[in-house]
Design a protein around this ligand. Sequence first.
Ligand code: COA
Length: 160
Amino acid sequence: MLEEQTFHVKLHDRADFCCGVPALDDYLRRFAAQQSAKGMACVYVLVDDLHPRQILGFYTLSAAQVDAQRLSETDGNKLPRYPVPCFRMGRLACRSDRQGQGLGKLLVGCAVERCLQAHRLVGAFALLVDAKDEKAKAFYRHYGWIPCVDSPMTLYLPLR
Ligand SMILES: CC(C)(COP(=O)(O)OP(=O)(O)OC[C@H]1O[C@@H](n2cnc3c(N)ncnc32)[C@H](O)[C@@H]1OP(=O)(O)O)[C@@H](O)C(=O)NCCC(=O)NCCS
């Protein structure tokens, strides 16, 4: 059974993870634990309980903010002119040999669910993401994420 867990270096084999994007593999190997310890990001991994050390995919969440002018006219016009509180999914990746099997969708669903939970305790308008390329952007657009007007590689998903 697939399970989402908080990343822990003693429980999860980060060296074995490869998603095809060296910067994301490197992040998981070298920076994820540090960033988590410093409170910069929460790192979540997806594992199969039959192979609980193997990381199938991961994502990170952090607090963020966005200027309302960067949002679509419909959203931006309803918001105040000072930075709007948000969450940011800083990284998202699935291991190469498991891509295209629905794990990315599952991870995004988990991230949104966590943000909706946090959103009950801490105000936040949307979940932000920076797509690293057009392919990643198309993936987010597929799920209804909206590009920011000034930087279309940054997308947001309203949490309302
Ligand atoms: C991007 C990534 C996380 C997607 O995960 P995945 O497991 O391969 O995707 P899924 O199998 O869950 O796809 C889910 C859905 O998205 C669609 N989809 C996947 N990639 C897509 C793309 N590039 N454009 C449009 N739709 C896409 C699938 O068709 C599927 O649609 P459905 O739910 O209607 O059937 C994964 O490919 C990955 O790790 N890539 C390398 C790292 C990366 O680019 N991360 C993004 C950083 S911004």
